[in-house]
Design a protein around this ligand. Sequence first.
Ligand code: ADP
Ligand code: MG
Length: 347
Amino acid sequence: MANSIIGRDMAVDLGTANTLVYVRGRGVVLDEPSVVALHEQTGEVLAVGRDAKEMVGRTPDHIRALRPLRDGVIADFEATEQMLRWFIARVHRRRYLARPRMVVCVPSGITPVERRAVQEAGYQAGARRVFIVEEPMAAAIGAGLPVHRPTGNMVVDVGGGTTEVAVISLGGIVTSLSIRTAGDDLDQAIITWLKKEHALMLGERTAEEVKTTLGSAAPGPEDDVPHRVRGRDLVSGLPRTVEVTAAQVREALAEPLHAIVDAVRVTLDQTPPELAGDIMDRGIVLTGGGALLRGLDDRLRAETGMPVHVADDPLTSVALGAGRCVEEFEALQQVLVADRRAVRSGR
Ligand code: ADP
Ligand code: MG
């Protein structure tokens, strides 16, 4: 029992905000923020994941906490590789058994060079073979959509750094759009608004908290209830508390929300009519952490005229979809992008 996960095939959802690892036969075994804390001078990794995220905004000069995939691109190659290796090492002890096959989900906007870097990290971490699957495909599979049937399925994944909109049919992506406006921009919009309206400085983590507790994309019953938000006064530099309402926060989020809604409309416009008809019948599925923003489904429904459903567990859809790929390698091979170099050393 103790060694039951060792050497098993695994899937990694390498997200801009969160990384999840799924192990064949076990399910999701790791779920951590995609954050690395490095020693400024030596480059040594000091912490990864939750421990590193705790350090964001609290680091002394010699420590740097960073998100290597921040904007949906690999901003920091080396840190991405180190992070991936750290996570994989935690669930996989390669000294015991065969080297696993690995499915890695990446944002669909990454370049071939970045894709190679991710694959290389997989090999470095002990994989026998690394497959790449595009995030929207994994999200659709994870949300239970019938991706192999000749019917149009639309999935909208609102993550931290990117929003990915895709129409899938017959196991392939027919139309897609990836924009670099997502959860992080909502946080940033809250920071900007509080600075402008209240001369209050907010840290990124506090802004995210305001978003998840007070943020919304459509009017709600508690819109005008005031809530206290604590930050630092821009002038005095001292801590200060202000009162804001959900309606005000929504106003602060207007611009990035508009960009996200627009990406969905543009993609619908570019969808062949037959498939658009299918989407009209079946609806749009919302995944990614951003799908949890209150009223985003209502807003999309109102602005597109399409039915909209939020996936059951939007933060794990991609990992579950990639997990399905490792459970059913043979059946789902079609959606996997195999590595050119079939098998690395040792053969
Ligand atoms: P990625 O795939 O890019 O790593 P995730 O799908 O893990 O991203 O989603 C992370 C984003 O979802 C973050 O911006 C986070 O703030 C946001 N998020 C998480 N929970 C909520 C919530 N309840 N309301 C709004 N946004 C949320
Ligand atoms: Mg994601």
